[in-house]
Write a protein of this length. Structure first.
Lengths: 578, 845
């Protein structure tokens, strides 16, 4: 009898009722304890489901256009805003003292709680705040006027007020006198012009600047290679000078075109009036979109909802990331995950193959297993520290010395970047792939290996043609799980290359097209940045929720596809069991 | 092909494993320099032919190229350090006066001279550094070696990129100001302040009669004519005891404290905050017995005073506010640090102008490089020649060189490297008495805006933060995760399990940045608003579940069997939900009852009593105690009674028993709480204190989200791996599922369950984003659940992006990472060993 069985019988003897009599009594069923266990599970499920609903609900409703309430407060002030959320709170004594006795009595009856609503009042340039709490007891009257518009602007956040007049061709026209279709057309034209202007400023002028910079670097390189003042360097400098002169001409042409467009753009202006009468004049193109919030139809609402989603997915962020889109972050997350897979797969699979197929099973292998499991438990931030110190500073620093001396002291690879971030996360996720692959390899029946070897196949042939294909589902699962883990990590990325706003994507039209050294944006970091480092965390909250939905969705999609692939491939091999 | 694959796989496999250990080795390699002290890179000695007379002060530029010495005859001599060649010598125009005292400020090169006729003169001495284009360099230069050359007035150093650094003497002296008519000035100290238009100077003088004067000179510069008008106000300090021979005068930056030292070691501290009425604040003997005071000077930042004696002692004093201080202003001088003593009288001193490092030299010719915070002596430079004494020792502005002028006609120049003088094992893990602190403490404060700041690198508060977060998180997560795992493994059928388990596992893949965001921006304000309800919920949910269970027991057996599956589970959800709702609903009433209507004020300790909350904490214990008491007294009889009754009646009886016991337990808990509160034992001040919005409760909850699924999955796997035949045998013997689960399955799977907890703990220790976002990041050391914390991981994430490579902070953060690595390594290895043992045991079954 071994230890465990002895143990088990002892516990059993203790557990059984000591007194004789009928069947078990009610206490033996342990009903209360069972309920405590079940309750814990229920609590866990409530937590996760509640969490998901919270995130999903907030994420999905963020872009729905809401009506604008115009409140006349008890003190006569008029506030217009989009209701954001409501809560109950405890007004301070100073506030309570000023209230009418019946209001005070009502609050006192409610344990001192009163309810209030947070309104997005917009017009940050006028009010110096985006949001305002309005307590229910303050409000004298609420109206929803049909002529109020909600305008999203390129700068200063949204504007809530009225469209007063439009200036086209040097003449101002009352907004009310312009048919809606014409307004839409004017706005469309203005936006198209603005897009064109941005295109010139960003990509075309950017390309010229890029070429000029390249010429300058080439001269510097020649100087380093042959010595400053040498014949080669001077020749290279002369070549560069002629080319830069040509580029300069090109630049001037583009700049003239841009100036012309900007003047055209400034000619079409719009005057907006806030609820208190303060007016703001700005180019029509500075309005991203605007709509009469209280008079918009259901289809109109749907259109705005979709257009906001489209902007979110396809555009760049503006207003310190709290508005606009997250396209660069999506791209960065995607690129990083892809590189991560490319890096992690060979290492993970080869290690697992070594552990399972090549190494002699013994003390060494069990030590290695412990260390692999340990690696899985090392905090991600430690990998980040390692990535920064080793990849970026040591490896990247050496690369810079060898290949990019002309750019020093500005680091090229010697600082955080896409490549180093991917490698850091690859290191972090390698245990996931190793463990999954090992399990998959272990599940391949020994008989199949033996059969293959008996037929005269070599070890590698057996592994390649028999073992690996059978283990594929497990390996794929491991890789996808590694992707999911990698896509959700933020802490190490903060150290090795994620930035709040990357001016350039890691892939563009300039040779060598893929720029692994560039810093990049990431959805997870975007959440952290917008939620915690922006001017107003309240203004960023909707954006954070939508980004969260996107990130969580992405990760769940990966997890689910891991399960689906595993199941499909399992079925594929299910029939061929020996 | 085959062989190639063989080798690739072998090399790749072993390579990855090496990489694992490479991480640890790399982290360690970055950390090691923190503890290696410093080294002398080179030493040169040259004859000091150029310098005549006794050296009052010597200045060195930050590139250690040119040195400027002022001698007591008023002569300024500049010499090239590496070659010893004189560059320029000029006599300051002293107007025939004899220098009788001297003061200088290392930080900005200001000097003050006191003369035999009772006048003082201020000025500036140093090296002027300019970077010029190579075309502006004079044509005829004589080479000095090492890329330096001179035209006889300045030293030129070639720099990369067609640039040249020009170093020249900067020496100027203002007009004399008469202070003590006819009496020689024997002691002098001086500080400058004010603005460019209205510069001001404060200086303290001691004349040969022992009269101490504090003067305040304000100059007004006329911006048009550039004329300077100076007004001097002078006040006389209280007299010293007769016979005191003043050896040193010191004044603080704001001229609000003046220290006068007698040769016998008596220190007189004057409080001059009120310029018109200076007073003697304190008098104490810093060199007791036969010792003489040989050194009294400020460290960089003027918060610490270094005191050296003829016996070789080197101590550091702080001026601290103390209860019952024997001084007239409530402050007193406290000896905070005692440094390693010299074997001979302390003679020379040179503070660093950037850090808390300094040099001390003794009469035997030893020069020691020390650091005040870490109290360590990093370098000990032996006397280069026997019997040598130094006229002046200088620490280079970047702490990378030492220049010592001997009395033997030679000077010595060491090039040193002391990258991390402020860190020792003690300064990182022990209590350190920092400047301005009332007592030794563990503090982490790595940076501040000024050069005079003393960095505080104690990892202890960060490790404490990590442990605190982990502990509170585990308190929340372990019960839920384990209970849920046992329930999933033993009490639900296959279909439910197939839904429930992936749902819980889904929680594991939630990115922690999302959890942190929700915790900090959504949960924290809600918890703050409804704190009473949240606390109540901790009691209400278990009670609700127990109540549900006892009600369920009263169901007729037929119904209970029929709805024993999913409907019962659904009822459990309902119980949790109802209890939660009840807690929310009763929150206000509970707050009035237990926390005097205002939780935050209660937590601060201003209102209410500890007793109700303490009773709530004690309730589980008292309930267990009451139950055990009941079991001892009536256990068997009660069971016999239950068996005799019909199932429904038994259920009711059991419910009645539970209700009674609960009432008793509540009474017991209240009674205990009252007694304990009466005895002065209460949770406030320790476990509960001032409430901040981002607190450990919120962090624990959010980290629970991250940790629960891990513990749950691994524990559930372990429970599930217990062989079916054990379960079957137990049930066949008549044990109920509950008895089987708790007495057979759980003990068998114990090591697996334990490993699950350990792995969960490993995750909690290293969790970063949640603590960064939701913990407030204040490095405080208190167990208060309602205060924030700063964990190792969060600290790294916050500070490393700003740290300069190879800086002390950079290496400290690597040490933090290594600590974290070590903590998780121990936890995970333990877990893995337990798991392997468990696997072996499971195989045997």
């Amino acid at each position: 009898m071994n230890y465990v069985e002895r143990d088990a019988t002892r516990s059993l003897a203790e557990a059984l009722p000591r007194s004789r009599g009928r069947v078990t009594d009610i206490a033996a069923r342990g009903e209360p304890y069972t309920w405590a266990l079940g309750g814990a599970l229920a609590l866990g499920i409530v937590m996760i489901v509640g969490f998901l609903i919270l995130v999903l609900y907030n994420g999905a409703t963020t872009f729905i256009p809401k009506p604008i309430a115009v409140m006349t407060l008890a003190d006569g002030a008029v506030v217009a805003g989009e209701p954001f959320r409501s809560e109950s709170y405890r007004p301070g004594t100073a506030v309570l003292e000023k209230l009418a006795p019946e209001t005070r009595a009502r609050i006192a009856a409610n344990d001192g709680y009163a309810s209030r609503t947070l309104y997005r009042i917009g017009n940050y340039d006028i009010y110096n705040e985006d949001f305002r709490w309005v307590s229910d007891f303050e409000v004298a009257r609420i109206l929803y006027p049909a002529d109020l518009i909600y305008a999203e602007r390129l700068e200063w956040g949204p504007f809530i007020g009225r469209l007063k007049s439009v200036h086209v061709g040097g003449a101002a026209r009352e907004a009310a006198s312009i048919p809606e279709a014409e307004l839409v057309r004017l706005h469309g034209e203005a936006r198209a012009r603005w897009q064109r202007l941005r295109g010139i400023e960003r990509s075309e002028i950017g390309a010229v600047n890029h070429q000029i910079e390249r010429e300058r670097l080439a001269v510097r390189k020649a100087e380093i290679a042959h010595g400053a003042g040498s014949a080669e360097a001077r020749q290279r400098a002369a070549e560069a000078a002629t080319r830069i002169a040509g580029l300069q001409k090109e630049y001037d042409g583009l700049a003239t075109e841009a100036r012309r467009l900007r003047e055209e753009d400034r000619a079409v202006r719009v005057t907006l009036a806030a609820i208190g009468g303060e007016e703001k004049e700005l180019p029509l193109s500075a309005l991203v979109r605007f709509y009469p919030a209280n008079a918009i139809s259901l289809t109109g609402k749907a259109g705005i909802y979709l257009s906001r989603w489209w902007e979110f997915l396809s555009d760049e962020p503006r207003e310190a990331n709290t508005e606009g889109g997250v396209m660069p972050a999506i791209f960065g997350t995607f690129a990083m995950t892809l590189l991560l897979v490319i890096a992690v797969t060979p290492f993970g699979v080869i290690t697992a193959l070594y552990l399972r197929e090549y190494a002699r099973q013994g003390r060494l292998v069990s030590v290695i297993r412990i260390s692999v499991n340990n690696l899985a438990g090392v905090p991600s931030i430690v990998y980040g520290v390692f990535g920064l110190g080793f990849f970026a500073y040591v490896l990247g620093g050496s690369i810079d010395q060898l290949f990019y001396p002309e750019r020093l002291p500005n680091p090229t690879f010697g600082t955080g970047g896409l490549l180093w971030a991917s490698l850091t996360l690859a290191l972090l996720t390698v245990p996931v792939v190793i463990v999954a692959t090992e399990e998959a390899l272990a599940a391949v029946p020994r008989s199949m290996r033996e059969g293959s070897l008996a037929c005269g196949a070599s070890k590698w042939q057996t592994i390649r043609n028999i073992v690996l294909p059978r283990a594929m589902p497990g390996i794929m699962t491991g890789i996808i799980l590694a992707m999911a883990r990698g896509a959700g990590e933020v802490a190490p990325l903060m150290l090795v290359g994620v930035v709040k706003l990357a001016p350039e994507l890691p892939v563009d039209g300039f040779f060598p097209f893929v720029h692994l050294e560039r810093s990049f944006m990431h959805l997870g970091f975007h959440i952290f940045d917008v939620g915690f480092q922006s001017r107003n965390s309240e203004a960023g909250k909707p954006m954070v929720f939508v980004t969260t939905v996107l990130l969580v969705g992405l990760i769940f999609l990966m997890n689910i596809s891991a399960i689906a692939i595993r199941n499909r491939l399992k079925r594929k091999f299910a029939g061929s069991q020996f | 092909m085959d062989r190639l694959a063989d080798w690739t796989i072998r090399i790749g496999g072993i390579g990855v494993i090496l990489a694992v250990f490479g991480i640890m080795a790399f982290l360690a390699e970055v950390v090691v320099p923190l503890f290696t002290g410093g080294e002398v890179l080179s030493r040169i000695e040259r004859t000091k032919d150029a310098i005549r007379g006794r050296v009052l002060v010597d200045k060195l530029d930050e590139y250690r190229t040119l040195s400027v010495a002022l001698t007591d005859d008023g002569r300024v001599t500049a010499f090239h350090v590496a070659s010893g060649r004189a560059i320029e010598a000029r006599d300051l125009d002293l107007g025939g006066g004899t220098i009788t005292s001297f003061a200088h400020l290392p930080v900005n090169g200001l000097i003050a001279l006191g003369f035999a006729d009772g006048s003082v003169r201020f000025g500036r001495l140093g090296v002027e550094v300019k970077v010029i284009a190579s075309t502006d360099v004079p044509a005829t230069l004589s080479d000095l070696g090492g890329g330096d050359s001179t035209d006889g007035r300045a030293v030129y150093t070639r720099l990369p990129g067609e640039q040249v650094r020009r170093l020249a003497v900067l020496a100027q002296l203002d007009a004399p100001q008469s202070i003590a008519a006819g009496k020689a000035i024997v002691g002098l100290d001086y500080r400058a302040g004010g603005t460019v238009e209205r510069p001001s100077r404060a200086f303290v003088t001691v004349d040969s009669d022992g009269v101490i004067r504090l003067s305040n000179a304000t100059s007004r510069v006329n911006l048009l004519t550039r004329q300077v008008q100076t007004q001097v106000a002078t006040t006389t300090l209280p007299e010293l005891p007769p016979g005191t021979k003043v050896s040193r005068v010191l004044m603080t930056e704001k001229a609000d404290q003046i220290y006068v030292a007698g040769e016998d070691g008596q220190i007189f501290r004057f409080d001059t905050r009120d310029f018109a009425k200076p007073m003697l604040a304190e008098q104490l003997d810093l060199a007791p017995g036969e010792q003489r005071l040989t050194l009294l000077d400020f460290l960089n930042g003027e918060q610490s005073i270094v005191v050296g004696t003829s016996a070789g002692a080197v101590d550091i004093y702080f001026r601290l506010q103390r209860e019952g201080a024997r001084s007239s202003d409530g402050y007193t001088m406290v000896r905070a640090r005692s440094l390693e003593p010299h074997g001979a009288p302390v003679m020379g001193f040179a503070p660093s102008i950037r850090t808390k490092s300094f040099l001390t030299a003794d009469a035997a010719g030893n020069i020691w490089f020390r650091h005040a915070t870490s109290e360590q002596t990093i370098l000990k430079l032996d006397p280069p020649a026997p019997g040598l004494r130094y006229e002046a020792v200088v620490l280079a502005p970047r702490d990378d060189g030492i220049l010592a002028i001997g009395d033997n006609g030679r000077y010595y120049n060491w090039r040193i490297s002391v990258p991390h003088p402020e860190t020792t094992l003690h300064s990182i893990f022990g209590k350190v008495w920092y400047e301005g602190y009332a007592e030794p403490s563990y503090t982490w404060q790595s940076s501040s805006g000024t050069d005079t700041f003393e960095p505080k690198f104690s990892l202890v508060p960060l490790i404490f933060g990590t442990i605190k977060a982990t502990l509170y998180c585990m308190l929340f997560a372990v019960p839920i995760a384990l209970a849920a795992a046992i329930f999933t493994s033993e009490f639900v059928n296959r279909q439910v399990r197939a839904v429930v388990k992936p749902t819980m596992e889904m929680m594991a893949s939630l990115p922690s940045v999302v959890l942190g965001f929700i915790a900090a921006l959504i949960l924290a304000p809600i918890v703050e608003n409804w704190i009473a309800s949240v606390i109540l919920a901790f009691a209400a949910i278990p009670l609700g579940l127990f109540l549900g269970a006892y009600l369920w027991q009263m169901l007729p057996e037929r119904l209970a069997l029929r709805f024993g599956g999913l409907p019962k589970f659904a009822l459990m959800f309902l119980a949790v939900g109802l209890a939660g709702y009840l807690a929310w609903w009763l929150g206000g009433a509970f707050e009035r009852l237990a926390f005097a209507g205002d939780f935050k004020a209660w937590a601060n300790g201003t209102v209410g009593s500890d007793a109700p909350f303490l009773a709530l904490l004690l309730l589980p214990l008292s309930f267990i105690a009451v139950s055990i008491g009941f079991g001892r007294a009536f256990g068997l009889a009660w069971r016999d009674l239950l068996r005799a009754l019909a199932p429904m009646q038994a259920g009711m009886a059991d419910f009645a028993r539970w209700a009674l016991l609960l009432a008793l337990a509540i009474l017991l808990a209240l009674a205990l709480a009252w007694t304990m509160t009466g005895a002065g034992l209460g949770p406030r001040g320790t476990l509960v204190d001032t409430y901040v919005q981002r607190n450990t409760l919120v962090v624990g909850f959010a980290m629970g989200f991250a940790v629960i699924p891990i513990i749950y999955t691994i524990a559930e796997d372990a429970l599930n791996a217990v062989p079916e035949h054990l379960r079957a045998a137990s049930l066949a013997c008549g044990a109920t599922p509950w008895q089987t689960a708790i007495s057979i399955i759980l003990p068998t799977a114990m090591s697996g369950v334990f490993a699950a907890i350990m792995i969960g703990m490993g995750r909690a220790v290293g969790e970063t984003m949640i603590v960064v976002m939701a913990a407030g990041n204040t490095p405080v050391m208190e167990w208060n659940i309602f205060s924030g914390l700063r964990a190792l991981s969060a600290n790294i994430a916050v500070e490393l992006p700003e740290a300069v490579k190879d800086d002390t902070l950079y290496r400290m953060l690597f040490l933090a990472a290594l600590t974290l690595f070590a903590m998780t390594f121990v936890i995970n290895t333990l877990a893995e060993l337990i798991r392997q043992r468990f696997r072996k045991r499971a195989m045997q079954l």
